[in-house]
Design a protein around this ligand. Structure first.
Ligand code: ZN
Length: 144
């Protein structure tokens, strides 16, 4: 019997650990595919520009097939969780910016915590990222 891995499992396997930022990337990547009307991707089709470097980038490489090696993934460091998506065949751009309240909630200082407490924080952050209503989670802009 062969059980297909879910997209989430594929992302976690590729990234190598479960963390808040990979969950953030996963959600943004899924929203982008939906907004751009893309269902299953086998070939790179979507260029992604990220305005901060983080674990989130690995989700775009799996969910949007926007791989770094094939020159479909770019980072412009501005320290904001804002992502621009553009398909090959369309001039239209999509910008998804994660709300700053979400970022504040998930980036609490964890240095002083035990590993068990840190793990609990990570789970809590992932719940916020995946469970917050979309309108509160991010801003979606279609640009001509
Ligand atoms: Zn990570």
């Amino acid at each position: 019997m062969c059980i297909e891995k879910t997209p989430w499992e594929q992302v976690i396997e590729f990234h190598g650990h479960t963390c808040a930022e990979i969950a953030l990337g996963y959600r943004v990547a899924q929203i982008a595919n939906r907004e751009l009307g893309v269902s299953e991707i086998f070939e790179p089709l979507i260029k992604v520009t990220a305005y901060t470097h983080s674990c989130a980038l690995d989700a775009f490489q799996i969910i949007n097939r926007a791989t770094y090696g094939r020159n479909y993934l770019f980072v412009v460091e501005q320290n904001i969780h804002s992502y621009v998506f553009q398909t090959n065949d369309r001039a239209e751009k999509l910008q998804i910016t994660v709300n700053s309240e979400i970022i504040e909630k998930i980036t609490e200082d964890v240095v002083s915590l035990s590993s068990r407490e840190r793990q609990a924080k990570t789970i809590e952050a992932i719940k916020i990222i995946l469970g917050t209503e979309e309108a509160q989670f991010c801003e979606i802009k279609h640009k001509a």
